[in-house]
Design a protein around this ligand. Structure first.
Ligand SMILES: [Zn+2]
Length: 64
């Protein structure tokens, strides 16, 4: 296992108004952005806390 698990924080478009459709979008639609995206990271084998950060997926570096 990895020390951290992480993923992008889903942003559901405002154009989707049906609650079930919003749940589906949140669960399955990933933007797979090329660039800076906001992510949530969970420190599995450390402090077991969530941290929110911004990562540039092109260079795999954390920015600000
Ligand atoms: Zn930690």
């Amino acid at each position: 296992m990895q020390e951290f698990v992480y993923g992008e924080i889903p942003v559901v478009p405002d154009s989707i108004t049906d609650p079930d459709a919003r749940d589906l979008d949140r669960a399955f639609m990933r933007s797979n952005l090329e660039g800076v995206q906001t992510e949530a990271w969970f420190h599995v084998f450390g402090c077991r806390r969530w941290v929110r950060l911004r990562r540039d997926t092109r260079a795999d570096v954390v920015v600000d």
